[in-house]
Design a protein around this ligand. Structure first.
Ligand code: ADP
Ligand code: MG
Length: 247
């Protein structure tokens, strides 16, 4: 079986006159963190949207575990194993951490709200939710309302929501944003362990975290990948330094 879990082939996407994605190809392999870096407006989130299914590419294709998913909906892609961190705003503040993760599992299993069982009685939701919290070292916070969590813990809950669906690949869009040094260090440690089980496509501005975590880095500028390599190669690439690292 191929080591490649997620493949982007020649993706293109425009908004009006703006070409936000210019012929981007990329692979995510088993056991790796592939970081996508680039300045604001480079097209990183637009690319994630096309992978997760929120945005339809003008041209090109996306494959997950060998299957073409380019035309599938967000929910279909999620069910096939494309995990994505949830935005902070999607967590229900008054509900417990565990309940939030269970709701995420239920929502992505594709049930409509009308037919929801009371989530706390549903073993098929409880087991994966507990396991995901364990992997994100949040078991001790399971019964805590989200409103009482630190910013860093919320980020961990968001990743747990994605993990509970047992994804084949995980997309994380700036998971370290707004975290202090301690939160960033903790999340970095967690992701380093996690990548053994789930390969991660990581968009992140914190370059220390990227250089520490990434097995491969693709540098996106104005919709195009201008460089690709491991941390040492990207750190010392003169084009990257000029375009992005600011020296
Ligand atoms: P990044 O995540 O790298 O900061 P984005 O993917 O959010 O960049 O945006 C890339 C470019 O596309 C930016 O110039 C942005 O203004 C533009 N853009 C993003 N989404 C839309 C949209 N829905 N409509 C029009 N322009 C958009
Ligand atoms: Mg973005």
């Amino acid at each position: 079986m191929s080591d490649v879990v997620l493949t982007l082939n020649h993706l293109q996407k425009h908004f009006g006159a703006l070409q936000a994605t210019r012929d981007v190809s990329l692979e995510l392999k088993r056991g790796e963190i592939h970081a996508l870096i680039g300045p604001n407006g480079a097209g990183k989130s637009t690319l994630i949207g096309q992978i997760a299914g929120n945005l339809k590419p003008d041209a090109g294709s996306v494959h997950l575990a060998g299957q073409e998913i380019t035309a599938l909906s967000v929910a279909q892609r999620a069910r096939l194993g494309l995990g994505r961190s949830f935005q902070v705003s999607s967590l229900a503040e008054p509900l417990s951490v565990l309940r939030n993760v269970m709701i995420a599992v239920q929502a992505l299993q594709g049930h409509s709200f009308r037919f929801w069982k009371p989530v706390h009685r549903d073993e098929s939701l409880l087991a994966p939710a507990r396991e995901a919290l364990e992997r994100m070292q949040l078991s001790h916070r399971a019964d805590t309302p989200v409103s009482e969590l630190s910013h860093g813990e919320r980020r961990q809950v968001e990743v747990a929501c994605a993990l509970a669906l047992k994804p084949r690949a995980l997309l994380l869009d700036e998971p370290m944003a707004g975290l202090g040094p301690e939160g960033t260090a903790h999340l970095t440690d967690l992701l380093e362990t996690l990548k053994q089980e789930v390969p991660i496509l990581l968009i992140e501005h914190d370059m220390d975290a990227v250089f520490r975590l990434a097995d491969r880095i693709s540098v996106l500028v104005a919709g195009s990948v201008i460089a690709r390599g491991d941390s040492a190669e990207i750190r010392h690439n003169p084009d990257v330094r000029e375009a992005y690292l600011g020296d």
